[in-house]
Design a protein around this ligand. Structure first.
Ligand SMILES: Nc1nc2c(c(CN[C@H]3C=C[C@H](O)[C@@H]3O)cn2[C@@H]2O[C@H](COP(=O)(O)O)[C@@H](O)[C@H]2O)c(=O)[nH]1
Length: 408
């Protein structure tokens, strides 16, 4: 497996996973060993990173290497430029190696596969045409249209959004609970105590403490899972990213694709995938919404600047499929209609559940293509998602499918 790494100086160095599966090697003479935790790296082109020390990711085309880098010689008598050019000895603690794939290509391709083989949910192309003909332009919905999110234009907002999206799932079992309670509850908690989402604190919350933080009077749906995921986020943030979510974003060089790859690589709770008719399907709802939320909150600037924001698909949750069905874009079998109307639980990982989510992604990708053909306008899936979702939540009577899931 081969890839290429671009250093900060713009020079290219090939990196590859060695045949023994134990080493990452570069043409420029550095080598990581899985077995040894500490490596010395003396080549000035080898890391190509913006910082001299701290958590860092080296990106190749196919391989990513996550590490924590420390200067082992004191830098007091050298300028930063000298340090870069005179090959200082870095100590590099290897944290992980992962295969870089275009996660959103996986989402798009596997959703299309499901749509082609589906048995319970069908994408109606005439329904898509009607929607595209009826709406002259997609209404622009402001990201924080509800005014419920924390925003300070800095790193704490990134920390807030990661915690928010780690818990952004399955509100429906409590009929009074919604996403708004989570977003505004976490905001109030942070305004009250700026250290509430520090990595060490995240690892210690209990169910009752989370309820208290959100000012929610009774156990939350899937509360144990929510606590497990909070701990996971705190632990991995501390282990690999100096406790700070902005380090994850900074490591991705303005790429949403890399961000989704890194998040799903490091935080198993975000790895939203399943097996459908023997085929692996990737939907990555919460990982993608984290990128979308950054983009929306920071208005495409700073921590929200992604050169490839167009690669994100819609976020397959339980609201958007219901809206698409109302619009005539999705058609269900009568059995599935009965299940949804009776509020029966649809098992997580069942064909029905995967089809509902994957066909929604596929349908909106098709809608996007048609808009581009008809009007020449390039709309983003993120924009279509926010439009469909904000439309759906205005109708509390909208009947959606009910699956107990940590993914959405
Ligand atoms: N596709 C999609 N699904 C989304 C969101 C959001 C919130 N995004 C915020 C970002 C900017 C805006 O200001 C939004 O406030 C939540 N959800 C999902 O909805 C469900 C909750 O529904 P209910 O129980 O009625 O609150 C649940 O699965 C949740 O994960 C979205 O944007 N797109």
């Amino acid at each position: 497996m081969r890839g290429r790494m671009r250093s900060r100086t713009g020079k290219m160095g090939a990196i590859r996973l060695a045949g023994d599966g134990q080493h990452i090697e570069s043409q420029r003479g550095w080598r990581f060993d899985h077995k040894q935790q500490h490596q010395h790296c003396n080549h000035r082109h080898s890391l190509g990173l913006s910082k001299l020390s701290g958590p860092a990711v080296v990106w190749g085309k196919d391989v990513g290497v996550v590490g924590h880098r420390k200067l082992s010689a004191p830098p007091h008598h050298r300028s930063e430029r000298q340090l870069r050019t005179s090959a200082p000895p870095f100590s590099w603690r290897l944290l992980g190696i992962f295969i870089v794939k275009d996660a959103m290509d996986d989402v798009r391709a596997s959703s299309a596969w499901v749509a082609k083989h589906s048995s319970h949910v069908f994408v109606d192309s005439s329904g898509i045409e009607k929607v595209v003909e009826t709406i002259n332009s997609i209404p622009r919905v402001n990201w924080d249209f509800e005014g419920i999110h924390y925003f300070d234009n800095g790193p704490l907002t990134v920390q807030y959004l990661l915690v928010l999206d780690a818990l952004n799932f399955c509100f429906w079992p409590d009929k009074d609970l919604s996403y708004d309670h989570l977003a505004s509850g976490l905001k109030a908690a942070l305004l009250n105590d700026k250290s509430a989402f520090d990595a060490d604190r995240l690892q210690k919350y209990t169910g009752p403490q989370l309820r208290e933080l959100l000012n929610w009077p009774r156990p939350l749906p899937l509360e144990d899972e929510r606590i497990r995921l909070l701990h996971e986020v705190g632990f991995e943030l501390e282990r690999s990213f100096n406790g700070k979510a902005f380090n994850i974003v900074e490591a991705c060089g303005k790429s949403a694709i890399k961000l989704v790859a890194l998040i799903t690589r490091h935080f198993p709770g975000f790895r939203d995938h399943s097996v459908y008719k023997g085929h692996q399907v990737f939907l990555y709802k919460r990982a993608q919404i984290f990128a979308a939320d950054l983009w929306g909150a920071f208005q495409g600037q700073g921590y929200g600047e992604f050169n490839d924001i167009g690669s994100i698909t819609i976020m397959a949750d339980y609201i958007v499929p219901a809206v698409l069905q109302q619009l005539g874009v999705l058609k269900y079998t009568s059995n599935l209609v009965k299940l949804i109307e009776a509020n029966s639980e649809i098992v997580s990982g069942s064909e029905e559940e995967i089809e509902l989510r994957a066909c929604s992604i596929y349908a909106v990708e098709k809608m996007k293509e048609l808009i581009s053909i008809k009007s020449g306008k390039q709309v983003l899936s993120v924009e279509l998602d926010l439009w469909l979702w904000s439309f759906g939540i205005q109708f509390p009577s909208l009947q959606h499918h009910r699956t107990l899931s940590i993914y959405y």
